[in-house]
Design a protein around this ligand. Structure first.
Ligand code: NAP
Length: 552
């Protein structure tokens, strides 16, 4: 079948009817899922809370928003036509360009007519007798579908700390993940930004250029490596496009979903001089590949320390004021155990006269005041506050929807002590229900595009099998999901991840169970496991055939 030919779906008619599948979310996962289901001849409908496609890139419009994965890799690979036709302008694509790409693909595949925009799924309940999901939305739409596929993204529920006094603030405030579409002009303003994660590190240099003064309220300093972004060299792009098939295959079978795989060499197996030269080279190349310098950086403290110390030295070199530099140097967790940041002149920004770093670990924020913010040490007058405080990641959005499986069991109740899944794809008690890049899969520890495509293709192959074999129910078992979740924990436990207070383990949301959520076993190995499960007839799942009545 032509991979991009717009597939004609049967008219889905009114919005209170029975269809084959409901997909929640029209980001890159939901868009591709819709396309694949149409290719199977299934009638699918996507519900999307925004008024456009793009998911993460629809919501995150903060200044400087840009993908940390290179554009030629952060793009769909399923269609030769799409990957050959689209032209990226920069090494790392900026948010507006990614959003244009998402819309271009959606139009090319004629996806939008099966997407219901401005509509949030509130509730979904499985009717076991009919083997159907009943879905309700905030606009009163009701759909009945045999399959429910959550393409809700991993970072789609903004985390806003409950600071006292926010309601009294007379200025304007924003969360990076819910940025106003019309943009914000900070010219002449005193701006405070809370947080120094990836979103903050991208926006701080841009806001600093505009604002009269920028106060950065930092709780935990972050390791960051330069992006060295710039226009793409047409010769490089031509070469990539000529070799796309092979390069994509390399990414699919790699550890993290990138073309350039992790080095197999241990950091201790080379001389000090050689090690420094490798870090120097990776720093000059820039980007997330820094952590691929050696194979044991995320599993061996001694090796990790060499990579961490190299970055600390760069921070001390870049930042002129030694007191500020020391505050910016991360010392109490290994590099890579919180998501590595990629920046454009982040540390250099602290050399500007109009930027002040405020350490809110030693002097925490006590309250937001009508005119700004007060820490335990000082008061700051602010016109605007930017919350770059992250997300209730991986489970937040799924738990916010009232999803009820067999016997009324609620997903949010089932996951009270942390998510349990089989392969990050399925949950016991929830038949015909799939999560794309869910907890227990490599997802956020990988190139998301690679992991999204792998899940979408696995799910659509699975549905094709169910349709062909006339299976009405597919469901994993409690034993399988316990075993898989134990395996996810065991692999993560053999690495250094426990040492970082990351959102990967829910440590950023007060009261959230601290459980390491993504699968660290590697993208290539995970794909092999999923493929084997399918090839062996969906081991770990119980498949029930359609009930055929014998009565005349
Ligand atoms: P984040 O990494 O969770 O960072 C949130 C920041 O807010 C942290 O510095 C955190 O401090 C701080 N914070 C939270 N609550 C606070 C409080 N009560 N008081 C003071 N500080 C507080 O969130 P993010 O920067 O939005 O990034 C989330 C993820 O999105 C990234 O890790 C990345 O995977 C993805 N992302 C990707 C890109 C990209 O590809 N370009 C860009 C942006 C984001 P602590 O560290 O002390 O908790």
């Amino acid at each position: 079948m032509n991979d991009v030919a717009a597939v004609t779906s049967t008219d889905t008619g009114s919005r209170n009817d029975s269809i084959d599948a409901v997909i929640v979310g029209a980001g890159f996962a939901g868009m591709y899922m819709l396309h694949r289901l149409r290719q199977l001849g299934l009638i699918a409908r996507v519900y999307e809370s925004g008024d456009g496609v793009g998911g993460t890139w629809y919501w995150n419009r903060y200044p400087g928003a840009r993908c940390d994965t290179e554009s030629v890799e952060y793009s769909y690979s399923f269609s030769e036509e799409i990957q050959q036709e689209w032209e990226w302008s920069e090494r790392y694509p900026a948010q507006p360009e990614i959003l244009r790409y998402a819309n271009w693909v959606a139009d090319k595949l004629d996806l939008k007519r099966d997407i219901v925009f401005n509509t949030r799924v509130d509730r979904a309940e499985f009717d076991e007798d009919l083997a159907q999901w009943r879905i309700q939305t905030n606009s009163g739409d009701q759909a009945v579908a045999r399959y429910l596929i959550m393409a809700t993204g991993c970072l789609s529920t903004a985390q806003l700390p409950r600071f006292e006094g926010l309601d009294s603030f007379k200025g304007a405030w924003y969360h990076t993940g819910q940025w106003p579409h019309e943009g914000v002009d900070f010219t002449g303003q005193r701006v405070g930004i809370i947080g120094t994660g990836s979103s903050a590190i991208q926006s701080i240099p841009v806001i600093a250029e505009q604002a009269d003064h920028l106060y950065v309220f930092q709780r935990t300093p972050n390791y960051s490596v330069p992006a060295h972004n710039g226009p793409l060299d047409p010769d490089y792009v031509r070469e990539v496009k000529e070799n796309y098939q092979q390069l994509r295959e390399q990414a699919r079978t790699s550890r993290r979903g990138y073309i350039l795989d992790v080095s197999p060499v241990r950091a201790q197996d080379v001389s000090e001089e050689e090690r420094q030269a490798i870090y120097e080279y990776r720093w000059e190349v820039g980007g997330l590949g820094y952590l691929s310098s050696f194979g044991n950086l995320l599993s061996d403290s001694e090796a990790n320390e060499t990579a961490a110390e190299f970055v600390r030295d760069r921070i001390r070199e870049i930042v002129h004021d030694p007191v500020t530099a020391e505050k910016l140097v991360p010392t109490d967790y290994p590099i890579g155990t919180k998501r590595l940041c990629i920046d454009t002149h982040y540390f250099e920004t602290y050399n500007r006269d109009n930027v002040t770093l405020v350490d809110v670990k030693s002097a925490p924020i006590e309250t937001i005041t009508p005119s700004g913010l007060r820490t335990s040490e000082a008061e700051y007058e602010l016109d605007s506050i930017v919350f770059a405080t992250g997300f209730d990641a991986m489970t937040g959005t799924l738990k916010n929807i009232d999803i009820r499986g067999r016997d009324g069991i609620q997903l949010r109740e089932k996951w009270r002590d942390g998510p349990v899944t089989y392969l990050g794809l399925a949950v016991a008690g929830f038949p015909n229900f799939f999560t794309i890049t869910g907890p227990g899969s490599p997802s956020v520890l990988s190139n998301m595009m690679v992991s999204i495509e792998q899940h979408v293709e696995w799910i659509s192959d699975c549905l094709e099998h169910l349709e062909r074999e006339q299976i009405s129910h597919i469901e994993t078992t409690p034993e399988e999901e316990q075993a898989w979740t134990a395996h996810v924990n065991e692999v993560a436990g053999s690495m250094l991840f426990a040492q970082g207070n990351s959102w990967w383990k829910g440590a950023n949301v007060p009261g959230k169970p601290v459980v390491f959520m993504p699968y660290t076993g590697g993208v290539g190995m995970y794909r092999e496991i999923c493929d084997r499960v399918a090839a062996e007839g969906y081991t770990g799942f119980v498949l029930r055939p359609v009930h055929v009545s014998t009565a005349d």
